[in-house]
Write a protein that binds this ligand. Structure first.
Ligand code: GAP
Length: 428
């Protein structure tokens, strides 16, 4: 077995996802809708695994974190308090010639609409407007009357739903800092330049955890979560050489942050943020206390009283999904034939094992195979496949990352054993 040379490009990942039904462009029969995607069967299964493994690490295996599922549309005052109405914006420029829009701070990464080899503004024909701030929140209207008082927003992050429930959880879950609240759910951002497949999309599923700590312990917990989240990626198979921690300089940090570290992955587009871990200080609880009039603080039995500081690991399933696919994608030559294989960690793989009757026309083999399939499917996500040559069926499973195949053959009919094929070593 030998690896074929060549980098893993985003195009290869997109093509595999489409070919094997992981991900489709959304609204495709109507010409699509910029950078939105629908997930097919294997995409849903892989996303479920990522979500469940995150939840397992963040909630199930810990005594100090509880779950929450807050609404997507919140009282608009939430976004005033959080600073999103005033400041969640990117600088935007329009080109009057090609009618494209660009982020003013990312012109060096963009292509001119008329001459893609040039940057916007580089050709004499380019006619860029002055930069103006463009708010990334999607607006909507709540209720039947459309006026300023009914304006609301699709949440651009899940975090604020957690902060506004701080008091509920503190009282009802009887928690005392340090403790955390974890939430998974859709977030929406009207990105000016979405792209690179699922890396930057307008609708994505965030997994955020806000960890409330005594102010004096904030720095220690911040370091703890950077390391814990980094190790989580290693546990599920991302290669260490493709991961790094990058601490933001003061000029790069968000207004609320007193420390931020990006866990970056070496995507085909270069090193880019996979997950962010931020030390948000007391910014959020203080803002919501001011705007709502409800005191969001911790009061101990001994009268001790303080506003907890918040450490926040935040990531989207989309960014994890792309990183896992890129890391797992291999093209190799086996016995003079090329195969594409996803070497996904078994816990991430959408299908855990394939059950294959060697000769689909042989009724005994089919009966045995269906019997094994029915037994295994009660506890595992397994797939039965009797269509086409066995080699083709193996290739199909390799491409969706199925770690094992159980083949029912003559030997099975003789002694009840099955042939087990290992995806990575091809040992049988
Ligand atoms: N609550 C903090 C927050 O939302 P962020 O850095 O804006 O911080 C956190 O987003 C994470 O959400 C990012 O690290 C990334 O994993 C993911 N994310 C943000 N924007 C995204 C987009 N447009 N498409 C896909 N994932 C995105």
């Amino acid at each position: 077995m030998s690896e074929t040379p060549g980098p893993v490009t985003m195009d290869k990942i997109v093509s595999l996802c489409r070919r094997r039904g992981f991900v489709f462009p959304s609204s495709e029969i109507y010409g699509g809708l910029g950078s939105t995607y629908d997930y097919g069967h294997y995409g849903v299964l892989a996303k479920n695994n990522i979500r469940q493994l995150w939840f397992q690490a963040m909630v199930q295996e810990r005594d100090d974190i509880v779950a929450l599922d807050s609404a997507i549309i919140l009282n608009p005052a939430v976004w005033e308090a959080s600073g999103h109405v005033a400041g969640f914006s990117d600088p935007l420029v329009d080109c009057r010639t090609c009618k494209l829009r660009f982020r003013a701070d990312r012109l060096e990464d963009a292509q001119c609409g008329r001459k893609p080899s040039k940057r916007p503004g580089e050709t004499p024909d380019c006619d860029l407007t002055e930069a103006r701030q463009f708010n990334l929140m999607f607006q909507t209207q709540v209720g039947a009357v459309e006026d300023a008082s009914s304006t609301a927003y699709l949440r651009p992050e899940t975090a604020q739903g957690i902060f506004i429930n701080f008091k509920n959880v503190l009282q009802l879950a009887r928690r005392k800092p340090p403790f955390g609240i974890a939430q998974v759910g859709k977030s929406f951002r009207n990105e000016i330049t979405p792209g690179n497949f699922l890396f930057r999309v307008r609708e994505f599923e965030q997994m955020e955890m806000e960890f409330f700590v005594p102010p004096a312990d904030a720095e220690e917990w911040y370091r703890y979560w950077v390391d814990a989240r980094f190790d989580w990626y290693l546990k599920y198979g991302l290669r260490e050489g493709n991961l790094r921690k990058r601490e933001h300089g003061a000029e790069e940090r968000s207004h609320y942050s007193s420390g931020t570290t990006d866990i970056e992955y070496l995507y085909p587009i270069g090193w880019s943020e996979l997950e962010g871990v931020a030390n948000r200080g007391d910014f959020d609880l203080t803002q919501h206390t001011q705007f709502s009039g409800t005191k969001l603080e911790f009061v101990g039995q001994d009268g001790e009283r303080y506003t907890p500081h918040v450490i926040e690991p935040a990531v989207s399933i989309e960014r994890i999904f792309v990183a896992l696919l890129v890391d797992a994608y291999h093209e190799e030559v086996v016995a003079d034939r090329e195969r594409t294989v996803l070497r996904l960690h078994p816990a991430i793989a959408p299908v855990k094992a394939a059950i294959l009757p060697l000769i689909p026309r042989n009724e005994d083999m089919v009966t045995h195979a269906r019997g094994l399939f029915d037994e295994l499917r009660r506890r595992h996500l397994v797939e039965y496949d009797d269509s086409g040559q066995i080699g083709r069926r193996y290739r199909r499973q390799d491409e969706i990352g199925t770690p094992w195949a159980f083949t029912i053959d003559d030997q099975t009919l003789e002694d009840g054993t099955v042939t087990v094929r290992d995806r990575d070593s091809l040992a049988q």
